[in-house]
Design a binder for this molecule. Structure first.
Ligand code: BES
Ligand code: ZN
Length: 844
């Protein structure tokens, strides 16, 4: 399938758009657009237009015939006597009407409650190709133009915000407000945005005088706007200095929206967010604040990388997203070095990409996109974001910070207000570094998967060997990569290009991929492994967590037995680092799949978890202490959750006391609130508890509290509660569409709820399809199920159920990958179960 590029028939330079939203309550709007641009052919040209009613089209003031060419294109024809002018610029004028619906793209309403009153606001989401649902245009990233927007709304005091500042505001016809915005810079249609609603804000200037504001609905306390504002100002300052390129607009707004399909969107000068991704205040957990900071850093990076310079076509979307994901860490690390966010990078982006990228059938980072509809299908966050970010970071390490930055500065200077392909960036980075960036990066971007490097030592001969790493059934294509080896062994080359290599070395401990900067895993053999494990507690944080990551993956591939995890974890018994503990929890969770619930073996795992966690539990306790470090504060809920899993009486009682002493749930310290509530539901569930939690879920506007309650409710072990929850998930007055997938994963992960939840998915697929078809999170459902289900029987059911959906391009890959994922898990259990149980039985 391929789609004609409309820019080949018409190249716009400026849009003057008038939208009348004064009847938005009736779910309709009207509009007029005047487009200046070059018509390429004197007979006809095409524009994107989807679900719009066209009233008239004039070209250079002459009425023209037009017809709907497809669901989202119209063709406009010249008269026999009046051929289109293909020499000088033309003016196209179109009158149209449109509808507003709850799809969360195009122009859509967001709902929220203010006490008893149900309120709404209007927002837009145009990426990747939804501008065409609001006005006729050439809706392609390459068709950059200037936009001059005018909005008509009711004169009711609501705020009207767009990419640029308001130029003029007047009242017409007594009660209609006309808001005219300044012209935008030359930019792509997908970055245009508008928000209309009863909002409040906080504002601050950057060093260079850009007016930065954070906005939310008035039911959100204004205090929640300070933290994001502080970060937003600092990251903007940082990028202006780092890229040596001024932010071209005079203001940048950040708005938290009650209904939002993805996490956040980088519209130029008007960045929009899901509320949980932007709002954070004094009472929010440290983890919430860090998350908010990284999201803001991500979207602000796009203001340059994506907005100022834009990919030519969607097949280079990865370039936008990989870069912005890497910059999240780079920018936040600069603002808050004490947060050590590169350690988070080594945990988050690594494990998610390394796991996904080891399943055969995974996509490469860069894959062709013919139609924008296909974007939804390439949207594998583990690859396009996480792996891509790791590759960008690897490149930065390989060519060095300074060359990386100098290359970027040149790139922005040369290509601002234009479009690029990946090679344009590689060229600038090559010039800046003197290294051949393209040949280094291409194998990583164009090939799926990654290598495992086996390291062995016989006498003083160290050998390394690369092979593609798989955890699933696979077809080995003999792929090879130029591996940035990042070793402490100076006899090894900087880049390992071959299949096999031997070098003579001395006695030291061998480390590959130091700082976890490269996208491969090491498989240390024999004494290399045992020496490293013996000395693991003296290694740095990233090495410690990386070793666990590698062990987890190697076990999945059958290279080692999962039973070895127990001895490995034993070496970590004095561990106190949060990030390492996150990986330890992951390994512990991996052991849980080998035991059935409520068995003796499960009890042994509980014992093991208690043994590993109890020293820290003694040290940290449940309540926050005066001299707690940030790390202590974040480690506490993790250790507490372990002790709850271990059914430790003291932990359970301490938690009960916290719950009982709190006047209301909001008062429980946000750092431990989630564990406290989940533990209550898991261990002390009764009707009153559930109905209380549910009532708060329905009425509170505090989104972090809602997340914690969702976590708690989905921890239930009671069948009737599970059934009740699965009905409220479908009640749009209780659970927002944006949150359904998250409810689903939580329930599916809960061993007590898995069966019923899986059945729910099958029974309600048509409902889900109607709700999410066309949304980029549609394939999350088969993807999540594939990542969780773990028996032969469920594999069969999964395959049977999804077989007919395999024809759908939007689901095919997720389903195929899901099957392989479950199949690999089933095999792993078969392979290692006995050994794991034996090892567990040694625990007393
Ligand atoms: N530009 C994306 C959002 C997007 C991409 C919307 C493609 C529609 C189509 C935005 O910059 C983004 O990446 N958002 C992330 C959150 C981010 C912090 C990782 C998201 O929404 O998941
Ligand atoms: Zn992004």
């Amino acid at each position: 399938m391929s789609v004609a590029r409309l820019i080949e028939t018409f190249e716009p330079s400026k849009y003057q758009i008038l939208l009348n939203l004064s009847n938005s309550k009736e779910r309709i709007f009207t509009g007029k657009v005047i487009i200046n641009g070059d018509i390429k052919n004197d007979n006809f040209f095409n524009l994107h237009s989807k679900a719009l009613d066209i009233d008239f089209i004039k070209v250079n003031n002459i009425n023209c015939e037009y017809k709907e060419k497809s669901e989202d294109e119209i063709s406009i024809f010249s008269n026999r006597d009046n051929k289109f002018d293909t020499v000088s610029e033309s003016t196209v004028e179109i009158g149209f009407k449109g509808k507003i619906n709850d799809s969360m793209h195009g122009l859509y309403p967001c709902y929220y409650n203010d006490g008893e009153e149900r309120k709404e606001l209007l927002a837009t989401q145009f990426e990747s190709h939804h501008a065409r649902e609001v006005f006729p245009c050439v809706d392609e990233p390459e068709a950059k133009a200037i936009f001059k927007l005018t909005i008509l709304t009711n004169d009711n005091g609501e705020k009207v915000i767009s990419n640029t500042k308001v130029e003029q505001e007047t009242i017409i016809d007594g009660n209609i407000r006309k808001v005219e915005f300044e012209e935008t810079p030359k930019m792509s249609t997908y970055l245009l945005a508008l928000v209309v609603g009863d909002l409040h804000k906080k504002t601050k200037l950057t060093k260079s005088g850009v007016e930065v504001s954070t906005w939310a609905t008035k039911v959100q306390s204004k205090d929640l706007l300070d933290f994001p504002l502080d970060i937003a100002v600092k990251v903007l300052d940082f990028y202006e200095e780092y890229f040596k390129e001024k932010f071209p607009l005079s203001k940048c707004d950040h708005v938290a929206l009650p209904d939002f399909s993805s996490g956040a969107m980088e519209n130029w000068g008007l960045i929009t967010y899901r509320e949980t991704a932007m709002l954070a205040g004094e009472k929010h957990s440290i983890a919430d604040k860090r998350y908010v900071a990284t999201v803001i850093a991500h979207e602000t990076a796009h203001q340059w990388f994506g907005n100022l310079v834009t990919m030519k076509w969607w097949d280079d979307l990865w370039l936008n997203e990989s870069f912005a994901t890497m910059m999240e860490y780079y920018a936040v690390d600069n603002i808050h070095p004490e947060w050590n966010v590169w350690q988070d990078f080594a945990v988050n982006e690594s494990i998610i990409s390394l796991r996904r990228d080891a399943i055969d059938g995974v996509q490469a980072v860069r894959i062709p996109v013919h139609h924008p509809d296909e974007i939804n299908t390439i949207f594998d966050g583990a690859i396009v974001y996480a792996k891509g970010a790791r590759l960008m970071n690897m490149l930065r390490e390989y060519i060095g910070d300074e060359s990386f930055r100098n290359g970027l500065i040149e790139y922005f200077k040369k290509f601002k207000y234009q479009n690029t392909i990946g090679n344009d960036l590689w060229n600038e980075l090559s010039i800046a570094s003197g290294k051949d960036v393209k040949s280094f990066m291409s194998p990583w971007l164009e090939q799926p998967g990654y290598p495992v490097v086996k390291a062995d030592k016989k006498g003083n001969i160290l050998s390394i060997e690369q092979k593609q790493f798989f955890t699933s059934e696979h077809n080995d294509m003999n792929r090879k990569w130029p591996i940035y080896i990042a070793s402490n062994i100076k006899e090894l080359p900087e880049v390992f290009n071959n299949s096999y290599l031997e070098v003579e070395t001395g006695e030291q401990l061998v480390r590959l991929n130091q700082k976890n900067v490269s996208h491969f895993i090491a498989n240390y053999k024999g004494s290399l492994r045992s020496e490293l494990l013996k000395n693991i507690s003296s290694q740095d944080v990233v090495s410690r967590l990386q070793f666990l990551q590698e062990q987890s993956l190697l076990a999945k591939a059958g290279e080692i037995s999962s039973s070895e995890h127990i001895a490995t974890l034993n070496e970590y018994r004095n561990e106190e680092s949060l990030n390492v503990w996150e990986m330890m929890s992951l390994l512990l969770n991996e052991l849980k799949i080998f035991v059935d619930k409520d068995t003796l073996e499960e009890a042994k795992i509980r014992l093991f978890v208690a043994k590993l966690s109890s020293n820290l539990f003694k040290k940290l306790g449940v309540a926050e202490k005066e001299n707690d470090s940030d790390e202590d504060i974040q480690l506490r809920p993790l250790i507490l959750a372990n002790m709850v899993f271990a059914r430790n009486e003291k932990a359970l009682n301490d938690i009960r006391a916290i719950y009982n002493n709190a006047k209301n749930i909001e008062d429980i310290n946000a750092e431990i609130r989630s564990v406290v509530l989940s533990s209550k539901v898991r261990n002390d569930e009764d009707d009153e508890l559930i109905s209380n939690l549910l009532e708060i879920y329905k009425t509170t506007n505090s989104v972090d509290l809602k997340d914690d309650i969702r976590g708690a409710l989905t921890s239930t072990t009671k069948e009737e509660t599970i059934k009740m929850l699965l009905t409220i998930v479908m009640d749009e007055n209780i659970v927002r569409a944006q949150d359904i997938a998250s409810w689903f994963v939580h329930l599916l992960r809960n061993r007590y709820a898995q069966k019923t939840t899986w059945k729910w998915l099958k029974d309600n697929w048509v409902w889900l399809e109607n709700k999410f078809d066309g949304d980029k999170s549609y394939d999350d459902f088969p993807r999540y199920a594939g990542a969780i289900l773990n028996s032969e029987e469920l594999l069969k059911e999964y395959s049977q159920f999804f077989a007919p959906m395999k024809q759908m391009p939007s689901l095919a890959r997720a389903i195929e990958m899901g099957e392989r994922d479950i199949e690999a898990r089933v095999k792993l259990i078969k392979r290692d179960k006995q050994a794991v149980l034996e090892e567990l039985n040694k625990i007393v």
